[in-house]
Design a protein. Structure first.
Length: 166
């Protein structure tokens, strides 16, 4: 995500991404994030990023990205939030969410997109559809590989994407 943050924001959070002044490079503040008690779970299934961005209106804002990889449906994900209450004071963060399963009916648009996160989403959906069937998994991977070459991706970039997917 750090190497393709603009594409990530354009795909999953286009409204916010459109407000960012991309001529100013975003700053990833992962060390600062770890210092305030966020920053992933021991099993590696959670990734948190704190990114400082300049908006088109000239203000500087922090964007907290919380990525959670889940194997099963979680109805509470839509209202994912962190709250801390002490002596009548409540502090909290509510996260905007993007679920890959919400893109299931958009396979054609995902295949036509040049955004790498559209293709990661497509790969996830194809993997879900294939279940544990190795032939279907191989077919899905082969289809994605051909699609990436059709989009003009290099072999090296495709290998990097498959490492992210895996």
């Amino acid at each position: 995500m750090t190497h393709a943050f603009r594409a990530f924001m354009a795909f999953f959070f286009s409204e916010l991404g459109a407000q960012v002044d991309w001529s100013a490079r975003p700053r990833f503040l992962d060390k600062e994030l770890a210092g305030i008690g966020f920053g992933g779970a021991p099993d590696g299934m959670v990734a948190d990023k704190l990114v400082e961005v300049c908006l088109r209106n000239g203000s500087v804002q922090w964007v907290l990205i919380h990525i959670e990889v889940q194997a099963q449906r979680d109805t509470s994900l839509a209202s994912h939030a962190f709250h801390n209450q002490l002596l009548g004071t409540v502090m909290g963060i509510s996260f905007a969410t993007a679920k890959l399963l919400d893109f299931a009916a958009q396979a054609d648009a995902l295949m036509a997109s040049h955004n790498p996160f559209a293709l990661v989403t497509l790969a996830h959906l194809r993997t879900q559809q294939a279940g544990h069937d190795p032939d279907r998994l191989y077919a899905a991977r082969w289809q994605l590989t051909k699609l990436l070459y059709e989009h003009g991706w290099s072999k090296r970039r495709i290998i990097v994407l498959f490492k992210v997917i895996n």
